[in-house]
Design a protein around this ligand. Structure first.
Ligand code: WT7
Length: 649
């Protein structure tokens, strides 16, 4: 069966490229955003939007009033030290009070907060009461290990409930977390733990992926050997194989849970509105990843408002964000926003096509998922297996779909709309970034959709396409995507590097606005079309990688003298990495070495960073100042004219 099905070709979809998809009237009537529009006395979304940007503090105040505060704020926005904006200053708050504690006073305490399925078919579910018990025990364990307010706890876990609990436990006691994606490897992990100066690491023996064990503890052991600051390691048992544990440093989580310190009662600590919630590392232009800082209050306001209005979450919904909690999508829309909104979140541990390409569709049927939020690369990957796989399943529970991470090509959009959504589910194509914390450009269920466009800015957000001087460009002119006013869930700084934050995002041209690093255009209806990154960031399967990070992993191999990497179009991944490598004196290039280099990058960075192709070369095109001209490499690789090469040495 597997074979015949996998040969079935996907539906050929040849509709008019420019067709607009209007929302159904019942969807519009029932939408959360429509209720808010009526509450504010407006007749159209456009009127509501205009009001929200002309009165952005009033709008964000409305959104903040949806949450509970220990003590109210004195100021909505403090811009006295711009671009180090602060929100809701003077308030005492804790995101956990809103995500968990407040629900315990209502019937929601018995509602499912999290439904989890392992790749092996195992199943666990947690009510809000149960989540509270789990995170309280975890928080007490962390306290007993000396974790204090202001510390940064590193978390390197597979997609299991403990990942959510570890994050929430840190926030509960005012410590910050730094989650490192479980697909990262030794050097990526070590570098992030060192930058954060973490004393505690939470990891697992392993995780399941495609029926195989991802040896997280082994990788963590190698990384800890490079990070003397880590003194304590808590290990969750998931896969059960033998792992090496260092006595006095490493502790099994299930053993800690049996100790009296692991009491299920723990007070949530009120913290300042601007208190750090987490650091999340993301790739930038230089080799070192940036530790993006988010704080408790403004972040909670932004993610809960966007989640409520874009994904229109209703009390009875089952929500599935299929991202990894290790990325910002998971932080905001698997962990924090769904809990703040009192929703039921579904989490799945493994690969979408394991053991067969129908796994996701089977999960939607089994758990009656109402809203699915995923990435274009996953959609393209599953589309390749053909329509028969989803068509075997009852997907009628779905009412809304979402996409994030990179531009979605119209063909994948239409397949998602037709074959998965049966033409009944609007697709929310949400544009945002690790740095923005929540959606910036996004439709809501009342928006007419155009495949491939994230449509327009969210309420309270002023987005635009401008030239280097900050001048707004006309319809269909390519330029820089910017956000013109601060918003509550914005990053606050880069850990240890406030100058880099101010210079890169607010002071570089066009100065005085937030520059996202993307190029885009707006069409005649004001719809945004994101074109791609303008810096040295490559999006592989939606994962953000810095060319410099991959290059430094290559150069750390004993045979490599110099390396340059570029991104080339790839059918499923969107972009794949092509590396150009100059070998050291006396080293000989052959296919065995190419494979060894790919494996080396995989070992240092993680499988996602493995180059698709390696070309051994003797020179690299550089400017006179020594900067590699990736543009020229790319043109060469594509057999195109490299354009202006006047700065080429
Ligand atoms: C970059 C941010 C934020 C969630 C996951 C990625 C690209 C993101 C879209 C979209 C076109 C998109 C941009 C952006 N991107 N969403 N809907 N359409 N491009 O977060 O790793 O911080 O990456 O992802 O290039 O700058 P991230």
């Amino acid at each position: 069966m597997a074979d015949t099905l996998s040969q079935a070709a996907p539906t050929t979809i040849s509709e008019d490229e420019t067709r607009t998809y209007d929302p159904a009237s019942d969807v519009v009537e029932q939408a959360n955003v429509t209720a808010y529009m009526h509450e504010k006395g407006f007749k159209t979304f456009d009127e509501l939007y205009t009001w929200s940007i002309e009165n952005s503090e009033a709008f964000w105040t409305d959104m903040a009033n949806r949450l509970e505060w220990y003590t109210p704020w004195e100021k909505v926005l403090d811009d006295s030290e711009a671009p180090f904006y602060k929100w809701f200053t003077g308030a005492q708050f804790n995101i956990i009070h809103n995500a968990v504690d407040r629900h315990l006073k209502t019937w929601r305490r018995n509602k499912q907060a999290l439904i989890w399925e392992g790749e092996d078919g195992s199943y666990r579910t947690f009510s809000y009461l149960a989540v509270n018990r789990e995170i309280s025990k975890f928080a007490n364990i962390l306290k007993s290990m000396g974790v204090q307010q202001g510390d940064i706890v590193s978390i390197y876990l597979p997609r299991i409930p403990e990942l959510m609990f570890a994050m929430l436990a840190c926030a509960k006691i005012g410590a910050a977390h730094s989650v490192i994606y479980g697909g990262f490897s030794v050097e990526a992990l070590a570098e992030r733990m060192t930058d954060a100066q973490s004393k505690v690491l939470i990891t697992a023996d392993g995780g399941w992926l495609r029926g195989k064990i991802v040896p997280l503890k082994q990788t963590a052991n190698e990384a800890m050997a490079r990070t003397p600051n880590v003194q304590t390691c808590i290990v969750v048992k998931r896969t059960g194989q033998d792992v090496s544990m260092e006595s006095g440093r490493d502790y099994w989580y299930h053993e800690l849970l049996t100790l009296p310190i692991a009491s299920p009662k723990c007070e949530t600590v009120p913290v300042d509105a601007e208190h750090p919630l987490y650091i999340l590392y993301t790739s930038g232009t230089t080799g070192k990843p940036k530790g993006v800082l988010h704080v408790h209050a403004g972040y909670a306001v932004g993610i809960s408002a966007t989640f409520n209005m874009t994904f229109d979450i209703k009390e009875e919904d089952r929500w599935w964000c299929a991202a990894d909690p290790g990325w910002v999508t998971g932080h905001s829309y698997i962990v924090y926003a769904p809990l703040i909104e009192g929703a039921t979140s579904f989490m799945y541990e493994g690969a979408p096509n394991y053991p067969y390409p129908n796994r996701w569709w089977a999960l939607i049927e089994k758990y009656s998922i109402n809203i699915l939020y995923t990435a274009p690369t996953a959609i393209r990957g599953l589309m390749r297996f053909g329509d028969a796989w989803p068509n075997r399943h009852d997907l009628s529970s779905l009412r809304l779909l979402g996409s994030v991470g990179e531009p979605i090509n119209p063909e994948a959009w239409r397949w998602y709309h037709k074959v998965i959504g049966k033409e009944q589910c609007p697709i929310m194509d949400t544009w945002w970034q690790t740095e923005t914390g929540s959606f910036m450009i996004t439709p809501n269920p009342t928006t007419p959709l155009k495949p491939g466009s994230g449509t327009r800015a969210f309420l309270g957000i002023i987005a635009d396409v401008v030239d280097e001087t900050g001048k707004s460009l006309g319809a269909n002119e390519d330029g820089l995507l910017v956000i013109k006013k601060p918003w509550p869930s914005m990053m606050r700084t880069i850990l240890h590097n406030p100058e880099r934050y101010a210079n890169q995002y607010w002071k570089s041209e066009p100065a005085g606005m937030y520059t996202a690093g993307d190029s885009a255009r707006k069409d005649e209806d004001g719809y945004f079309w994101v074109i791609g990154r303008i810096d040295d960031v490559i999006k592989v399967s939606g994962y953000r990688l810095g060319t410099a990070e991959v290059e430094s992993a290559l150069v750390s191999h004993s045979s490599v003298a110099e390396a340059a990497v570029i991104g080339l179009d790839h059918e499923v991944k969107g972009t794949a990495i092509h590396a150009f490598v100059i070998l050291r004196e006396g080293k000989e290039g052959n296919s065995a070495l190419e494979e060894e280099l790919k494996a080396h990058v995989g070992h240092e960075m993680g499988p996602i960073a493995k180059p698709e192709k390696i070309s051994i070369v003797t020179t690299l095109p550089k400017t006179r100042s020594g900067k590699i001209m990736r543009r020229v490499l790319k043109a060469q690789a594509l057999g195109q004219d490299p354009g202006d090469v006047s700065t080429l040495e």
